[in-house]
Ligand binder design. Structure first.
Ligand code: FMN
Length: 352
């Protein structure tokens, strides 16, 4: 597992020297035919926020035939990454569900990993640094390709009030828009942010932030990145509060698990890292279920939102299962890291 983001190197090394393990030859680009937010993309398939930490990695993803890619989440000011390592192989047969007995074994045995953990704490450069980088990433999209800029607000911004937190999201969105991206995603679901409740579970606050952001960015499509919702009522409340304001939902982000090494000690070093987000094969069920539930809500509401299905997509067949569940766009982070030819495989399956 070394493609795009190399887990055996630090986040800073990946940013400065990556991407790694991506074939140098480029796919042919052509005008797309698949409609998406007023654009036409070649395939509605790509890499979600995460492995693509800078413009070089985004450009490599486009060259490798991933057509809708997300630049890793940024903030309004510089924020350090958690200590290395940030990504571990997680060993679990089958699905990670709220009933899965904890802890799980996590180590650097990448050879037999189809699920991984990532624990970065959403690092960000200063906007003076990431804005030109994101602009270069957007410019690297060929015909039929689209870059999405991901951002989030920072708890404790300004005077620490809710107003400051809302304002921080608006500033982040404006800074992202200034880079020239033609779509953006607001991360409401980072399990490593250090808050005990994810923002996506606070529907009134999400609605307030989404309205303020949309007012700022106007026509630029805005997607909300969601965690797994155990309760239907909570998901319905979130959609009822934001449908008509936002242009899409992306689900699912990583799912939390307590990770230990083979001696039973905490696998990731440092305070607050006993529990970390798991992605890949073990959470496929959750991404598929969230996509299907969001698709049902969309139909029920006769809504025009677009759905991005994410989680455990390791093959062309997994991608097809997400399309069947109602996804308009499908994305793969762990799968692309395991197999950088997945973008090409999807293009072949779609005969483009
Ligand atoms: C290395 C890595 C870093 C990630 N960083 C982010 C991030 O910055 N923002 C975000 O919204 N999701 C982030 N994610 C979560 C992914 O976007 C995705 O929701 C999750 O990995 C599930 O997809 P997968 O099973 O294909 O990996 C990250 C995932 C990985 C593997």
């Amino acid at each position: 597992m070394h493609a795009f983001y190399d887990p055996t190197r630090t986040y800073e090394d990946n940013l400065a020297e990556g991407p790694f393990g991506v074939p140098a030859d480029a796919v042919a680009t052509r005008a797309g035919t698949v409609p998406l937010w007023g654009e036409r993309v070649t395939t509605a398939f790509g890499i979600p926020a995460g492995p693509l930490v800078g413009s070089a990695a985004c450009a490599a993803a486009f060259r490798a035939g991933f057509d809708v890619n997300v630049y890793k989440t940024v903030r309004t000011r510089a924020h350090r990454a958690h200590p290395f390592p940030n990504t571990l192989a997680v060993h679990l047969d089958g699905d990670l569900t709220p009933q899965t007995p904890m802890p799980l074994l996590a180590d650097d045995d990448w050879e037999r990993a189809s699920s991984i953990s990532n624990s970065f704490g959403v690092p960000s450069a200063d906007p003076d640094v990431w804005q030109p980088e994101m602009a270069r990433a957007a410019a690297a999209a060929g015909p039929g390709q689209l870059l999405v800029g991901s951002f989030q607000g920072t708890v404790g911004s300004g005077d620490g009030s809710v107003e400051s937190y809302v304002a921080d999201h608006v500033v982040a969105a404006r800074l992202v828009k200034e880079t020239g991206v033609r779509a953006m995603e607001m991360n409401l679901s980072c399990p490593n942010e250090g808050t005990n409740r994810l923002l996506c579970f606070d529907a009134p606050l999400v609605a307030r932030i989404a309205r303020a952001v949309k007012e700022e960015v106007g026509d630029v499509p805005l997607v909300l990145k969601l965690a797994y919702f155990a309760e239907d009522a909570a998901l319905e409340e979130l959609v009822a509060a934001t449908d008509g304001v936002v242009d899409g939902y992306a689900a699912v982000n990583t799912m939390p698990a307590r990770l230990v090494d083979d001696a039973g000690a905490q696998a990731l070093p440092g305070e607050g890292r006993a529990v970390s987000g798991v992605c890949g094969r073990a959470i496929r069920w959750a991404g598929l279920e969230m996509t299907a539930r969001l698709a049902r809500l969309r139909e029920h509401r006769a809504s025009r939102v677009r759905l991005i299905g994410v989680g455990g997509v390791l093959s062309v067949e997994d991608r097809a299962a997400y399309v069947d569940a109602g996804a308009d766009v499908v994305m793969s982070a762990t799968g692309a890291m395991l197999d950088p030819s997945l973008g090409r495989a999807v293009r072949s399956a779609d005969r483009v």
